[in-house]
Design a protein around this ligand. Structure first.
Ligand code: CA
Length: 235
């Protein structure tokens, strides 16, 4: 999904998992008009795939889905992701909602609801998520700010893709530690059971280039052969 260039507009990438085509179409349009980027899925399993693959900023999840109960999907999702989730339900009442909130939903809306109402919830949930985001990190002349999703080297902003930023942030938060590719696949790509080391290699090499260094003459990003990588300030 397109994320670059959205920093100032603050639109969010929303994934809408909803089987009702009328609701899905109307909400997608409504949220787009309110400035969000929206992708959608009519089934739980396809929704889970998109959630892992595209890493949206927030998921709106219908509880009544044809292939899997939404609550079930939420538990599966929470095993691999902390993405904020707003549950949408036709059902009301504590008996239905308490287990869903316990399963890790951040908020809920009861049908019928408008795109404007959902947008207000989305903004509130993202604001809370942003407030709990960690402080900026400094490694040498490298500064990584997770709230602004901004990285600077020697005071110059680095043009990073969202994935490159996530990798850099993960390494900066563990500066000096050797991080394995497997750990990056699990924690950054959120692929605990799959994914190829080559994917990591490619992103590390792009990141290295943007940091203005090479594998043979590293400044920040050091390869520890056969083990992984570490990010350290230049000595
Ligand atoms: Ca439904």
């Amino acid at each position: 999904m397109p994320r670059q260039g959205l920093r100032f507009a603050h639109m969010a990438d929303i994934l809408l998992i909803e089987d009702d085509v009328t609701i899905r179409t109307a909400l997608s349009r409504g949220l787009r008009e309110l400035g969000h980027a929206v992708s959608s899925s009519p089934t739980a399993l396809d929704g889970l795939r998109l959630a892992v693959q595209d890493r949206p900023d927030l998921i709106v999840l219908d509880l009544g889905l044809p292939d899997l109960d939404g609550g079930e999907l939420l538990r599966m999702l929470r095993a691999v992701s902390k993405v904020p989730v707003i549950v949408a339900t036709a059902r009301d009442g504590d008996a239905e909602m308490v287990p869903v909130l316990d399963a890790g939903a951040d908020d809920y809306v009861v049908k019928p609801y408008s795109a404007a109402q959902l947008d207000a919830r989305i903004r509130a949930v993202l604001r809370r998520a942003g407030e709990s985001a960690p402080e900026p990190l400094q490694v040498g002349a490298l500064r990584v700010d997770p709230r602004a999703r901004l990285a600077e080297l020697d005071g110059m902003e680095l043009e990073l893709t969202p994935r490159e930023f996530d990798v850099l942030h993960y390494l900066a938060a563990r500066s000096g530690e050797v991080i394995t590719k497997r750990e990056l696949l699990t924690e950054v790509w959120q692929l605990p059971y799959g994914g190829a080391d080559k994917t990591v290699d490619v992103h590390l090499s792009w990141l290295r280039r943007k940091l203005g260094e090479t594998a043979s003459e590293p400044r920040y990003l050091h390869t520890v052969r056969g083990v992984g990588v570490k990010l350290v300030g230049p000595s």
